[in-house]
Design a protein around this ligand. Structure first.
Ligand code: GLV
Length: 326
C-alpha cells in the first residue's frame, strides 16, 4: 500500500523526520529554505498532511489550491497562522502543540521579566563596551520583582505557570485579566486575583502578556493602555507580535511613560520596528520562549504524532477544529 504523502515545511529534528518516514512518504525541507506562499502551495500538491511551525499561513486561497490536504499540524501552541474557519469549511483539520511547552515558556517569561526589571541587557552592553570604570550608587538600578504586583493578561496554562512562579517563588501579589475568569480552585492554586483590564494596567508593577493573537487582541496594548500604566512599570510580551502596538511602545519607552519592556515577539517579525532597536530600556529576544532542546523536541514529536494519529488512525492528539473525517 502506498504511504500517505506529507510535507514538512521547515527544518526539524532528524529523528522526527525519521519517525515520520516510517509512516509517510515525506518531503522535508532540511535546508530550511523560506518558501513563498506559491512555493508552499506547489510543494503541497498531492500531500495529505503538512507539518508547519507557526510561520506558514494556511488560508482559504491555499486550501482551495491544495485539494488533497487533510491536516495541518503546527509545531506551536499558537495557531494564528491558521484560518481555522477556512480550514473547517475545507474539511481540513488543524492541530497545535499545547502543554509540552507550558513550563519552559513560563520559565522564559519570568527570565525576561527579571532581565527587564533589573536592566540586565543594558548593563551587559555597557560592560562589553568597556564603559565600566567605577561603581556608582544608582548604576543600572532597576525595580524589584519580589513583593511587587505581577499582572498577567491572558491566564491560560502559560499565564498560570507565570503566576505560580511569581506567587510561590517571589512572594508577588498576582492579579490577572482574562476573557473568562478562572474557577475558584485554579485562582487559589495560582494565588491570583481577577481584576478588570483597566485595573490590571493601573496596578501592575510588572505586566506580562500571554494571550493568544486574534483580531480581538490586535493592539490590546497601545498608546491609551500604556498611558494607564505606572511610570515605573515593566511590560513583557511573550505572546504574539501584534498584541502590542510596537511603534506606540517604542514611543512610551523613549518618553518614560513606562520604565522598561521585554519583548520576545514582534509585529511583522523577524523584522523589528526600528524605533525599538534604538531605545535602551528594552530587552529584545528572537521568539525563543519555548526554545529548550527537550521542549522543542517534544513539540516536534507532538506535531508528528498528530499527523500519524490522524492520517493513520483518525485519532489526532490535539485537534483544534471540528473533527474532519479522513
Ligand atoms: C510559540 O510561539 C508557540 O506558539 O508555540
Amino acid at each position: 500500500m502506498n504511504k500517505p504523502k506529507i510535507l514538512v515545511a521547515r527544518a526539524v529534528f532528524p529523528e522526527v523526520i525519521a519517525k515520520l518516514a516510517q509512516h509517510f512518504d515525506v518531503e522535508s525541507n532540511q535546508t530550511d529554505e523560506l518558501w513563498t506562499k506559491a512555493q508552499l502551495t506547489a510543494k503541497l500538491q498531492g500531500k495529505q498532511g503538512v507539518f508547519t511551525t507557526g510561520g506558514e499561513r494556511i488560508d482559504a486561497e491555499l486550501l482551495a489550491a491544495c485539494p488533497d490536504l487533510k491536516i495541518c499540524a503546527n509545531m506551536a501552541v499558537g495557531y494564528n497562522n491558521f484560518d481555522l474557519d477556512a480550514m473547517t469549511a475545507a474539511g481540513v483539520l488543524g492541530t497545535n502543540a499545547p502543554d509540552v511547552l507550558t513550563e519552559t515558556t513560563a520559565d522564559f517569561g519570568f527570565a525576561l521579566l527579571m532581565a527587564t526589571a533589573r536592566r540586565m541587557a543594558e548593563a551587559e552592553h555597557f560592560l562589553r563596551a568597556g564603559l565600566w570604570t567605577k561603581w556608582s550608587y544608582d548604576m543600572f538600578a532597576g525595580s524589584d520583582i519580589h513583593g511587587a504586583t505581577l499582572g498577567i493578561l491572558g491566564m491560560g496554562r502559560i499565564g498560570q505557570g507565570i503566576a505560580r512562579r511569581g506567587a510561590y517563588g517571589f512572594g508577588m501579589e498576582v492579579i490577572y485579566h482574562n476573557r473568562s475568569r478562572l474557577d475558584a480552585a485554579t485562582e487559589a492554586e495560582c494565588r491570583a486575583n481577577y481584576v478588570s483590564k483597566e485595573e490590571l494596567l493601573k496596578t501592575a508593577d510588572h505586566l506580562v502578556l500571554v494571550l493568544p493573537y486574534s483580531a480581538a487582541s490586535h493592539h490590546a496594548i497601545g498608546a491609551p493602555e500604556l498611558a494607564l500604566m505606572k511610570p515605573t512599570a515593566t511590560l513583557v510580551n511573550i505572546a504574539r507580535g501584534g498584541i502590542v502596538d510596537d511603534a506606540a511602545l517604542a514611543h512610551a519607552l523613549r518618553n518614560k511613560t513606562i520604565a522598561a519592556a521585554g519583548l520576545d515577539v514582534f509585529e511583522g517579525e523577524p523584522k523589528v520596528h526600528p524605533d525599538l532597536l534604538t531605545v535602551p530600556n528594552v530587552v529584545l529576544t528572537p521568539h525563543i520562549a519555548s526554545a529548550t532542546l527537550p521542549t522543542r523536541l517534544a513539540m516536534a514529536n507532538l506535531a508528528a504524532d498528530n499527523l500519524i494519529g490522524f492520517l493513520l488512525n483518525n485519532k489526532p492528539l490535539t485537534p483544534l477544529n471540528a473533527k474532519v473525517p479522513i
